[in-house]
Ligand binder design. Sequence first.
Ligand SMILES: CC(C)(COP(=O)(O)OP(=O)(O)OC[C@H]1O[C@@H](n2cnc3c(N)ncnc32)[C@H](O)[C@@H]1OP(=O)(O)O)[C@@H](O)C(=O)NCCC(=O)NCCS
Length: 370
Amino acid sequence: MSDEIKKGLIGVISDETKVSEVMPEINSLTYRGYTVQDLCAKCKFEEVAYLLLHDDLPNSKQLEDFEKEERANRPISENLKSIIKNYPKNAHPMDTTRTSVSHMGLEDPDTADNSKEANMRKSMRLLAKISTAVAANFRVRKGQDIIDPDPKLGFCENFFNMCFGKVPSPEVVKAFDVSMTLYAEHSFNASTFTSRVITSSLSDLHGAVVGGIASLKGPLHGGANEAVAHMLNEVGSPDKAEKFILNRIKNKELIMGFGHRVYRNGDSRVPTMTEYYHKTAEYYQNKELPEISKILEETMLREKNIKPNLDFPAGPTYYLMGFDIDFFTPIFIVSRITGWSAHIMEQFENNKLIRPLSKYTGAPHRKIEK
Ligand SMILES: CC(C)(COP(=O)(O)OP(=O)(O)OC[C@H]1O[C@@H](n2cnc3c(N)ncnc32)[C@H](O)[C@@H]1OP(=O)(O)O)[C@@H](O)C(=O)NCCC(=O)NCCS
């Protein structure tokens, strides 16, 4: 057994997966063999969710049944609504969403059943209910009434309606749908790996998702989309953008929305999201934000040769759509629940307890003297 330490598990292949493949060599990411670019162009998020959960794209009957089940499962309990109404007003929405999902586990009739069929039912309920809980929290915090889900609306349209009481133009809905597809899955990233570790002790799906949410919250992972929006606000205007980045580089500060553990030559999801970021900015007639982004990106490339990751265009896109900045990472959950569920079910199907070793560097062997 080698005693070499792989800090951060860099370069370690810990298991097989059939869910997705990050392919830096061809600058692509595939979900069950389909590139995300193709999925964004030709499918809506519901089809991508089906693909991740069921291994293949749905035919029209399968999609119809899937959408029916998702829509029927959207309502959250009165009990959960009242809990959401009572969350401390300054609690972070990632923490409240984590708590809401944990509560869903208390109410779910299948919580203790780890069979494939029960896990599929639980995954569908979480896919349907998490967006309702996030939207309810979004409104309650502003002192607004909760808007119940509308079963006549598609997944993304319904989310907008529950947050804002209206559905925006099709261009804006499409940009959001594309972000949902791009955020849905990304192999053994920190939150997915966390979910698989929790699953590997034969715990349960809700617990594994709660752990995934806690991991996603961190600014080195999902929390970066919030950090990007704060950074753009701090920069303020295009003429200040270059100096801002140069200062940060000089002070050896991390610049959020840049860099990636796996992609060293650019995140394959960025060009697609940037296209929809620009379309959204054009729709809202905002020229400044993309201009600031462009200068930040060019300066980072010139000075550090580091390219942006998905959070860099996704953060400002959500900002333009009117979402509060601290809801950007919960929106990531609304999508990533599909990838987590697929990985949790895969882990259950071929499980081995995940338990690495560590090299002890603490105090030497000693005795208590008394
Ligand atoms: C994503 C991230 C955690 C990957 O980390 P990693 O694989 O450990 O990469 P490394 O820390 O080895 O990066 C290599 C070098 O690039 C630098 N670097 C990487 N990302 C950077 C960033 N966003 N800003 C400034 N420098 C960065 C590192 O400081 C390091 O420099 P050094 O060799 O002089 O120490 C890292 O790029 C990061 O913190 N990015 C910002 C947060 C973010 O956007 N996260 C979302 C990821 S999708």
